[in-house]
Design a protein around this ligand. Structure first.
Ligand SMILES: [Fe+2]
Length: 310
């Protein structure tokens, strides 16, 4: 696939109540690597198989939730192109100089109809994935892959109002496909929308919530379904609060487990899912099969999964 424009989810910035507890969770248990702690106390993490300097930023604050998320784009010209198109549609676009976000090039930032701050950037320092670029082999040195054995960041789910408008922006301006949607069986109103800019079943998703700017989860990819069980074993061993134990989503077909960081932000690790192509038809689920859509091994929707956001 010749990819230009928005490439992938590159960065999620979360608020945590206690950085020491957050480090225990994200570094020691999940096994993400700390790549930087900046002067303001923000901590930056990457997964082992990512080349870019960081994919997760944590900031200590009084309330958990999301500050912003950022997609990496193919080149700087895309930033100018998108800034113009966003302005044409009436969005206020903020320009952020290179270096304001550590190890990053310039960015643009705007607020989605769902109330979330979104950024685009083309450059971030690449520090490698622990394998050489020539004759890389398949495994980094022992000790690099640890904790939940996370390969990379994958997607996020955001809660807010006006999700149809947010999805329209992603489809019309950013070139995403609507891979799946969950609608009310009676009214046909959108309840959750899943959007892909790649061959993944989704890169970002929105769930309808009355309050803007809410965070449902950030998700990280594991190598295999057995790694989901391994993560579940660690979650049990270290008594990490579980939202939903190992199961398989109907939507996306990923094998999944959901759990919470010490501040109550939901995390997911998963593996699998089908391949999405630009001509793959949009799949529709409705609330008559809410259990099958969410957790297809027992066809049972979880109240907490539908209602707890930060
Ligand atoms: Fe997910």
């Amino acid at each position: 696939m010749a990819m230009r424009g928005l490439l992938r989810l590159g960065e999620v910035a979360l608020r945590v109540l206690d950085m020491k507890a957050a480090l225990e969770h994200y570094d020691k248990r999940m096994g993400l690597q700390v790549t930087l702690t900046d002067d303001s106390g923000r901590v930056y993490f990457k997964a082992w198989d990512e080349h870019d300097h960081h994919c997760l930023v944590l900031r200590e604050a009084d309330a958990p939730g999301i500050d912003y998320f950022a997609f990496k784009v193919s080149d700087d010209a895309v930033l100018d192109e998108m800034a113009l198109k966003l302005r044409d549609r009436g969005y206020a676009v903020k320009h952020i100089e290179a270096g304001v976000h550590p190890r990053s090039g310039r960015r643009i930032e705007f607020t989605l109809p769902s109330g979330h701050a979104m950024q685009l950037y083309a450059h971030k320092d690449q520090i490698g994935n622990h394998l050489p670029l020539r004759n890389p082999g398949v495994l980094p040195d022992e000790g690099v892959i640890r904790g939940f054995r996370i390969n990379r960041i994958d997607h996020l789910l955001l809660g807010g109002p006006r999700i149809d408008e947010s999805a329209q922006l992603f489809r019309e301006l950013f070139g995403f496909d609507l891979s799946e949607r969950l609608i009310d069986a009676d009214s046909e109103a959108s309840l959750a929308l899943f959007l892909s800019c790649s061959t993944k079943p989704h890169d970002v998703a929105f769930v309808l919530q009355p309050e803007p700017g809410r965070f449902h989860h950030v998700s990280f990819l594991l190598e295999s379904t057995y790694d989901v069980i391994h993560a579940a074993d660690m979650i049990g061993k270290y008594r990490i609060p579980v939202d939903v134990g190992p199961n398989r989503h109907g939507v996306t077909r990923g094998a999944t487990i959901y759990f919470f960081d010490p501040s109550g932000n939901r995390n997911e690790v998963f593996s699998g899912g089908y391949v999405h192509y630009p001509d793959t038809p949009t799949l529709t689920w409705d609330t008559s099969e809410l259990g099958k859509a969410t957790f297809s091994q027992d066809n049972t929707p979880r109240e907490s999964f539908l209602t707890v956001l930060t």
